[in-house]
Design a protein around this ligand. Structure first.
Ligand code: GLA
Length: 473
């Protein structure tokens, strides 16, 4: 099997040297936080050098030799095209991609364990990608047109890549709502100067729509990946994530934060992701093997959720602006200590005051919850979840009786460490952390308890944390 020594250029400008049988796959691992401590602390990295060597033992020795070189010797190696075969490999890859006529993409849902409504206030969030997927069957076309078939909705739409800003289909009619997500992604990629191919995409999803599990981010990231593969270009994944957010913010019109698209793109099997939405630093945190993630769907959907979400965001902005009268250096609610907020609370209008109280409290809860997860204190983590639910209900106003009932019942079961609504709220799902050995009983019991209290059947499913959006085999 071919062996390669490779060098990555890390975000701090330094080189990282390693060896692998597949340097491209290894790069993805490094950038997912699973490669090495050094690249996790200093990522994201980019592949700058690949040299083929005959076998493992030569690779190991050569790796040590390169590691001992000075920075400028390494830079010279990168520039030496007689040894650095990366440009050639990339070219081959591009040709392969350019010839790819059809492929399939899996793009996962996200569940947020903690850190709700803080991603547009510069806070830290703790989501994971889960094993519910949007599946895209993609065919690359020679004409600059995108043809969509959303199987679950039994709906079709087609639009031209030349007229994305018009939000119109090929007949000049306004694009239906479901088509705005792919069209928005195409628009954002085009705005960034990336070349787009025409596509036919048949897609379906087992992520419930409007249920707080980021069905729209899964579609956005899935389509962005489809255009990347069809076009044979590469950009850092975080840039792809930001462009998907731009599509949602500016094309669809929901002023969401970065969390959903990030989790969908960077998900890591068996791990939660701790993303600092201010610095974009992130790390993966292993989830305990003996704890299951259980999702319970309240079945409630609110049609005006998007405008309500934007209103909440505006309340946070208003709170910040008013607080700046006493401290002009504040740039987001992340900067606001609880004591300072409490001292000025009575001077804020009620809505912004309540939103700010939630956001500042939630940021502290996330910090504590991360410490609990690192120490393996799942009961402590669960307690933060329960507090978050209360805060979302009482201060943020995004819960509903159906969600409150699900949480209240869940936490009374002995196997449940914690439960809360997940995602934006206004209905949707709860996330529950449950001891693995009690999970079957928990699911059966919760279904029966909800039935007894409300006469309703609720879908409850056990999920796994999985890797982010990818080409299916
Ligand atoms: C939605 C948004 C996210 C985030 C959550 C609430 O899912 O898309 O950016 O704000 O709500 O935490």
């Amino acid at each position: 099997m071919a062996c390669y020594c490779y060098m990555l250029e890390c975000a701090n400008g330094k080189y990282y040297t390693g060896w692998s049988t597949d340097p491209f796959r290894r790069l993805t691992q490094h950038n997912s936080g699973l490669g090495a401590r050094y690249t996790r602390m200093n990522g994201p990295s980019r592949l700058v050098y690949v040299e083929e060597v005959p076998d493992h033992s030569t690779a190991l020795k050569h790796e040590i030799r390169i590691k001992r070189m000075t920075h400028s010797q390494k830079a010279a190696l990168v520039a030496d095209t007689s040894r650095n075969i990366l440009p050639r490999l990339q070219e081959n890859l591009q040709t392969k991609h350019a010839n790819t006529k059809s492929f399939k993409i899996l793009s996962p849902a996200r569940v947020n364990l903690l850190g709700e409504h803080v991603d547009y206030n510069d806070g830290v969030v703790l989501p994971a990608a889960i094993d519910r997927y949007a599946t895209l069957n993609v065919e690359v076309l020679d004409e600059p047109v995108v043809r969509l078939r959303a199987e679950d909705l039994n709906a079709e739409a087609a639009f031209a890549l030349e007229n994305l800003a018009g939000k119109q289909d090929l007949n000049g009619q306004p694009l239906p709502a479901f088509a705005l997500y792919p069209a928005g992604v195409a628009w954002a990629l085009q705005e960034a100067g990336l070349p787009l191919r025409g596509l036919t995409v048949r897609y379906s999803s087992d992520i419930p729509i409007g249920a707080g599990l980021s069905s729209s981010a899964a579609i956005e990231v899935g389509f962005a990946l489809a255009w990347q593969i069809a076009g044979g270009w590469e950009i850092p994944r975080i840039e792809l994530v930001k462009l998907c957010q731009k599509a949602e913010n500016e094309y669809v019109g929901v002023k969401s934060g970065l969390m959903d698209q990030f989790a969908c793109a960077f998900g890591t099997a068996r791990h939660a992701l701790a993303l600092d939405t201010r610095s974009l630093d992130w790390q993966t945190l292993p989830l305990p093997k003996d704890v299951a993630i259980v999702i319970a769907d309240s079945g409630v959907r609110r049609s005006l959720a998007n405008s309500a979400y934007n209103d909440l965001r505006a309340d946070c902005q208003e709170a910040l602006e008013r607080l700046r009268a006493w401290c002009s250096s504040l740039t987001s609610l992340r900067d606001v200590p609880m004591q300072f907020l409490e001292a000025h609370l009575h001077e804020l209008p009620e809505g912004p005051a309540r939103r700010a109280l939630h956001v500042v409290g939630e940021m502290a809860r996330v910090e504590q919850a991360i410490a609990c997860l690192v120490e393996g204190d799942i009961a402590g983590f669960g307690a933060q979840m329960v507090d978050t639910h209360a805060s979302l209900r009482d201060l943020y106003g995004v819960s509903c009786p159906e969600l409150d009932l699900l949480v209240e019942l869940a936490v009374s079961h002995p196997a449940c460490f914690g439960a809360r609504l997940t995602g934006a709220g206004f209905g949707g799902c709860t996330v529950n952390l449950v001891a693995q050995d009690g999970v079957e009983d928990f699911v059966r019991w919760l279904k029966a308890a909800v039935r007894e209290k409300s006469g309703r059947e609720v879908p409850i499913e056990v999920c796994q944390a999985v890797d982010g959006a990818r080409l299916a085999d």
